[in-house]
Design a protein around this ligand. Sequence first.
Ligand SMILES: Cc1cc2nc3c(=O)[nH]c(=O)nc-3n(C[C@H](O)[C@H](O)[C@H](O)COP(=O)(O)OP(=O)(O)OC[C@H]3O[C@@H](n4cnc5c(N)ncnc54)[C@H](O)[C@@H]3O)c2cc1C
Ligand code: SF4
Length: 340
Amino acid sequence: MLRLPQFDVVSPETVPEVVEALGKTPGARLIAGGTDILPNLKHWLDQPPVLVSLARVTALRGVRRDDARGVLRIGAGVTLSELSREPSVRALFPSLAQSAGAVASPIIRNMATLGGNVNLDTRCRYVNQTEFWRGAIGGGCIKSEGDVCHVVPKGRNCVAAMSSDNVPVLISLDATIVLVGPEGERELPLGSFFHADGTAHTRAQPGELTTELRLPLPTTARRARYVKWCVRRSIDFPLVSVALRFDLDAAPGSPEDSPDAPITAAHVVVGVLGSKPRALSKLGAVVGLRLRDPAVARAVSEAAHAQCRPLANVPYEVHYRRQMIKVHTRRGVEALADGD
Ligand SMILES: Cc1cc2nc3c(=O)[nH]c(=O)nc-3n(C[C@H](O)[C@H](O)[C@H](O)COP(=O)(O)OP(=O)(O)OC[C@H]3O[C@@H](n4cnc5c(N)ncnc54)[C@H](O)[C@@H]3O)c2cc1C
Ligand code: SF4
């Protein structure tokens, strides 16, 4: 049996009370659905003296359209089940409804929140193990009890994988993240929230919590899709994840809004590489082409293959995963071209 370390739990009801509770005890950690942090605590990857529960903070719940700001506002406490079913998300941001519905299993999605998913700890085959298992490989690694990295043996940094299903999609949709802490509220592009250190891979400051994600409302027609490859259809974390978005030269819902409209921009974000997602560059060659043109699927999948180097931080051989990035990117673009 895996035992939890001992900790206290406090359950504030407002965001200022959460900030106050975090400030009171050094090392206090937030818990929302608990589907990531509790397994990690059972593996003794952390021993916080206090868990600050977000379960009673009603201000973190709900999805609302804010036309004054031109965004859809999604509370950090919205569960992934709610997100995958939410009509405004399905209509405006179908790739997000898709990625939320692709996480784990229905029971986990009923507990898991978007805030927890965005702040999900990085994962690695050498660290998401019992303490006993880690002891058997020479006393853990940089992210646990040791000082070496088993993925990059001469490396000084941890390169554990950012494995959230929703983060690549949110970045592809130009989401911003709203953080509240002792210094007040700040908003930053989600794409700049992550950095390449698997032991501390977000730019959240001590005492800050995520309160919401904001998605700019689409101003042109677009086609977007999330592609996830994993061993089992349910439960498993992604081994390859690709978020695709193509903006089209047409007004949303107009007669020209079809895969035959010329592409005006392509946004492709790949997850499960290192500790931060990778937004592909050099996709300008597809601008002006139509999704149905096979050159689009070819150019985007080749760019994904050229720019992405998976590491041996999650299961499966790295060259195979790199090949799978190419294959699944191509299939994703082809599905969009077919109107799926
Ligand atoms: C069997 C299994 C399979 C899984 N499969 C997947 C998968 O396929 N894809 C995937 O993406 N995830 C997967 N997960 C991980 C997890 O279920 C989800 O990522 C989930 O969305 C985490 O949300 P939570 O509310 O449960 O987070 P919690 O476990 O409560 O918290 C996770 C982390 O986020 C922090 N946190 C929570 N809320 C906030 C907030 N508002 N502000 C700042 N920090 C916060 C916590 O302190 C903690 O560090 C899986 C988990 C399990 C157990
Ligand atoms: S990437 Fe290296 S340091 Fe990080 S968890 Fe894996 S083995 Fe440990």
